[in-house]
Design a binder for this molecule. Structure first.
Ligand SMILES: Cc1cc2nc3c(=O)[nH]c(=O)nc-3n(C[C@H](O)[C@H](O)[C@H](O)COP(=O)(O)OP(=O)(O)OC[C@H]3O[C@@H](n4cnc5c(N)ncnc54)[C@H](O)[C@@H]3O)c2cc1C
Length: 366
């Protein structure tokens, strides 16, 4: 961590346990820290909407640790499957927002390898993407929704929109079509929840004024409306775009922007200067759909397929450059390597062919 921070910044690894805004202190497992100005950037946690069994039995996708847990879980669950199973084992993903759609596409591509590694028939697994709204990517424009739906279908993902996850048990999940009184059960131990986020528990319990998603309501300068010496940024902040009053999307791009803005605003305060109110600015929004495809916008331009995927890699690389310079890009190069390899293959015309029956689900996206 210290390698990406300037020398003026002292990094302390500690678990924050609470705030006292009256005494201006932050409680942590390494003692209390007092502050003159505080920026809260604790990130969000999965929102489970009190769906019975979800917290206990579903896997979450929020951190690298979660990713490792999903991988470990799949290894165990699939090694217990019978090779001669008659029905495909459903890997259920709850919530078809950006995270759920990206995960479904990525997993669908990986199914062929999973099947092979576990000596299963190619039709032994299927990805079921469950979404309560009428479409995947609710809130997006119709063109983007159509493209994502098309690619997911091509990848063999079973998309069940207008369907809510009702209850999760250790060995099954109950889903209910909206408007129906009859839940249906899917026999699976694998439910991955990507249905939304809410503010960090510490923010929820902080006593700050909260709004949608439990995020702290901030003024135009990203300061808590209760304590002007406390700025809140990222997923924990309820930020409104002053141009139209709309709530800004909780996403990495805006979180990074808000972090910078809060620092600038505090420095301006210290120097008796004034900054303009914060205006969220999205350069675009790109959604990856496996290794070969994507969809979204870059500025005013709508992109899809390989161009969108390449741009998404570009955006990720730019993010790494911004926070850690070339060193970080090179250090993280290995992580991104599979994406470049996939793209190179694709550019060389080595894309896998569209799903042939009985040949697994790894597909090219044309
Ligand atoms: C799977 C996935 C894919 C995503 N893809 C994209 C994308 O492509 N583009 C995009 O713009 N956004 C994406 N997002 C959203 C993006 O990651 C978040 O919006 C962004 O990271 C929020 O930034 P943040 O600074 O508020 O919180 P975070 O980045 O979550 O950082 C919060 C930090 O606080 C630490 N923390 C939490 N609690 C404590 C505590 N008690 N004490 C000390 N430290 C603590 C956490 O460990 C973490 O390091 C994705 C999210 C997920 C889950």
């Amino acid at each position: 961590m210290s390698s990406v921070l300037p020398p003026e910044v002292e990094f302390v690894k500690a678990q924050i346990t609470g705030f006292d805004f009256q005494t201006r202190s932050v409680h942590t497992d390494r003692g209390d820290f007092t502050y003159d100005r505080l920026i809260i950037a604790l990130g969000s946690q999965p929102a489970t909407f009190n769906i019975p069994g979800l917290s206990e039995h579903a896997l979450m996708l929020k951190s690298l640790a979660n990713v490792r847990a999903i991988r470990g879980h799949l290894e165990v669950a699939l090694s217990g499957l019978s090779a001669t199973r008659s029905n495909p084992y459903p890997i259920v993903i709850g919530g078809a927002g950006i995270t759920g759609v990206e995960l479904a596409a990525e997993l669908a591509e990986g199914l062929r390898d999973l099947v092979r590694a576990h000596d299963l028939e190619s039709e032994a697994l299927k990805i079921v993407l469950v979404e309560a709204a009428a479409t995947v990517l609710p809130g997006f424009d119709q063109k983007t929704i159509n493209e994502a739906t098309r690619v997911l279908k091509l990848l063999g993902v079973s998309v069940r929109t207008n369907t809510a996850i009702e209850r999760v048990e250790a060995d099954r999940v109950w889903v209910k079509p909206i408007g129906s009184d009859h839940p249906q059960e899917l026999l699976t131990q694998t439910v991955i929840w990507t249905g939304g986020v809410r503010a960090n528990e510490l923010v929820l319990n902080s006593g700050l004024t909260l709004g949608a998603r439990g995020a702290a309501v901030v003024d135009g300068y990203l300061r808590s409306v209760d304590h002007p010496d406390v700025s809140v940024v990222g997923d924990n902040a309820l930020v409104r775009d002053p141009r139209n009053g709309q709530i800004a999307l909780p996403c990495g791009q805006l979180a990074a922007q808000q972090g910078k803005y809060a620092a600038t605003q505090i420095l301006a305060d210290l120097h008796g200067a004034v900054v303009k109110p914060y205006i969220p600015h999205l350069d675009g929004l790109l959604i990856s759909l496996g290794s070969y495809a994507g969809v979204g916008t870059v500025g005013p331009v709508w992109v899809r397929q390989l161009a969108a995927r390449v741009m998404k890699i570009g955006a990720e690389t730019r993010y790494l450059l911004n926070i850690g310079g070339v060193t970080l890009v090179l250090a993280r190069g290995l992580l991104l390597r599979h994406e470049f390899v996939a793209l190179t293959r694709s550019l060389n015309g080595m894309q896998r062919t569209p799903q042939a029956k009985g040949k697994g689900r790894g597909n090219a996206v044309a």
